[in-house]
Design a protein around this ligand. Structure first.
Ligand SMILES: *Cc1c(COP(=O)(O)O)cnc(C)c1O
Ligand SMILES: [Zn+2]
Length: 365
């Protein structure tokens, strides 16, 4: 598949055959597929997310790095007597939806003959990149904030990645990783467009499982890779003529860290400047999302919204999911809390809530 990198800021195009992750002007890249895929190319016969092989920008099959991930269940559930669907994207080899992005990104890294990579994360993206790098035989170094949950640090160390604990904020961790990336490939999921194109397979699965596009999808949002992956996936389904309308995309943030929900409420085009508070939802505690402007645009184009939920609502939602047998981590419960906000006075149907991370990751805290 012919694909190029387009800079989001200056519009310059680069070959996707180069191991570059950022434009000379500092902008992040998006992917442009030279020949968008056609209706009949959506699904092949491979298992899991690689069922959508023909929509995934990778040249050679021999470079696929996979654990057979994807094809997660879509569970029919009910809230206040209304039906709602739960996408169980916490059921992945490393315990979060990040495996979708990691599988395609690390495959692309293998294709580019990358030997050494760095990534920064609040835990789950690091665990995903580390595991896929282990499978591909690529050395990797994962930067995490020093106060990351012990279970998440252990998981990264267990797959033999080097973990660097950075004191201070999540933003300082990102800066440390960027400095290290001067001498190796930067596999940052917030920046890398291949990651987003792996995540888009979530949209394809929803379409196939429901037999139509959902009317609305609720997702927790930190760096927005899930929300943007869904947006790309549904846009591609529409371009191929498989669906007519995009689902309304609802991104959910904790009110302790809601730069995008604040920006949405005040009609801004870039993330609002905020002071980050403590939150249960460690997976979305991102104060300055790199693709913030792009996320706001995607949400508006889909006629969705960015919502904020309180820490109490996240805790309440988490308990509710756990008692229903859905053992997820608190960040995943934020999306459920967002749905509970809106469902009473919404006629959108069918609604999907994506559950993003496994509860076992939160053990020991
Ligand atoms: C990373 C993560 C999110 C948020 O994804 P972003 O791409 O940062 O918006 C949500 N839930 C879990 C469990 C995560 O690990
Ligand atoms: Zn540029």
């Amino acid at each position: 598949m012919k694909v190029s990198l387009i800079c989001s800021r200056c519009g310059r195009a680069f070959s996707a055959g180069e191991p570059i992750w950022r434009c000379r002007c500092g902008g992040f890249f998006d992917l442009v597929l030279a020949k968008p895929w056609a209706k009949q190319e959506l699904a092949g016969s491979a298992a899991g997310m690689w069922r959508y092989r023909r929509t995934l920008p990778l040249n050679a099959d021999e470079n696929i790095v996979s654990f057979g991930e994807g094809a997660t269940p879509l569970l029919r559930f009910a809230y206040n007597k209304k039906p709602v669907w739960l996408k169980l994207d916490y059921l992945f080899p490393t315990g979060s939806f990040k495996d979708r992005g990691a599988s395609l990104l690390v495959s692309k890294m293998k294709e580019l003959r990358v030997q050494k990579a760095v990534e920064d994360s609040s835990g789950n993206a690091g665990a995903a990149i580390a595991a896929y790098c282990a499978r591909a035989g690529i050395q990797c170094e994962i930067y995490v904030p020093a106060q990351t949950l012990p279970a998440k640090i252990k998981q990264i160390e267990a797959v033999a990645a080097m973990v660097r604990l950075v004191p201070g904020t999540r933003e300082e961790t990102a800066r440390a990783a960027l400095a290290a990336a001067e001498t190796s490939y930067y596999a940052g999921h917030a920046w890398n467009p291949f990651f987003l194109h792996g995540v888009k397979t979530c949209a394809f699965e929803l379409y196939e499982q429901l037999g139509e596009a959902p009317a609305a999808v609720f997702a927790p949002v930190g760096n927005g890779t899930l929300l943007l992956g869904l947006y790309i996936g549904f846009c591609e389904l529409r371009a191929a003529g498989l669906i007519e309308n995009l689902p309304a995309l609802f991104g959910v943030q904790s009110s302790a860290c809601a730069p995008l929900a604040e920006a949405f409420a005040h009609n801004l085009t870039e993330p609002a400047t905020i002071r980050k508070g403590d939150t249960l939802a460690d997976g979305i505690a991102v104060a300055m999302p790199v693709r913030g402007g792009q996320i706001l645009q995607a949400v508006r184009k889909s006629r969705g919204a960015l919502l904020q939920v309180s820490e109490n609502e996240i805790a309440g939602s988490l308990g509710e999911l756990h008692r229903a047998g859905l053992y997820v981590e608190p960040t995943a419960a934020a999306a459920w809390a967002g749905y509970r906000h809106l469902c009473a006075d919404s006629s959108l149907s069918p609604c999907v809530v994506v559950l993003t991370g496994h509860g076992l990751k939160h053990c020991g805290k």
